[in-house]
Design a binder for this molecule. Sequence first.
Ligand SMILES: [Zn+2]
Length: 319
Amino acid sequence: MEKRILKTENINFKCKAEDIPLTRRELKNLFNYRIPCLCCGREMLHPDEYMKLLNIKELSGNAELVIQILSPYEKIMYPVERQVFNMLKNLAVKYPDKNFQELLLIKKDSHELALVRIQSIIFNKISFYRRILPEKEAKQLRNLMIKTNDIIFDPQPKKPFSRRIFITKIKHIVRNLNNKRIKHEIIEISRRLPRSSDEVCAFVVKNARKRPEIIALNLIHPAVGTFEHLQPKSQKGMNNSLNFALECSYCNNSRHHYPIPVQIEENPYMPQNAQIQADKLISLYKKNIGSKEYIKNLKKVLYNLSYEQIELDISKLDD
Ligand SMILES: [Zn+2]
């Protein structure tokens, strides 16, 4: 515990303006150079480019036109979003005057059934652990599963099912288990629950309730570049480039305020992807874009906050 406090302090020291390696504008400028996300490694879209899309009124209009507007971005769409985009393209041939929401609603019922089918297989596997868990945990698991089934089998639930809240509750139930193997297994199984980013059916169900222009923007949004607070803001992380990493919106949003080791659990390739980003930053620095101090600081902060799981090799910086 002591170690944890010490490390946090290291990152929260008060700093002078001249100690900050890059201004926000300079850091944002790096998005012009096809930087891969620190966590997932996918190429990011410049946030200003996305801001331009926010002002296009036609996105709420008929699908045919929206498809034309979005086509240049197809190559940066993430796999599920690209599949949905293709589905919308096909539907638009048949219904050119409908908007994106109307098109998704055509598909909603069948996709919702497909989603519940995948979820219920996973819930069944989790429920099995009632047979092997100690009495107290088994009882808690029973209660959670009853509530969860009430949500997913109700065609009009008051609150939609949340994968994130479910996993948090599972972790809470198994937190004191002595059997580490079982603990790990249950958490791993619940992680297999589909997210709208990895199953088309989950995307369709989640987005069919949204306005047509929001659906259009959601197809692109995951790829938008952001500043990730390495030390979360809620834990007094600084608001400048000493604490900022370049990460896509998807990874930034899915991390919430969780520590980096939890982010690595969800994204096992993060250490390798962070290295790919560092290599890119180094090659840009050699062309006088970015800053050496930023890269050195990134290495130090990632090493500390990941509890030594991310150890960037920046030896090429001094070549
Ligand atoms: Zn990412």
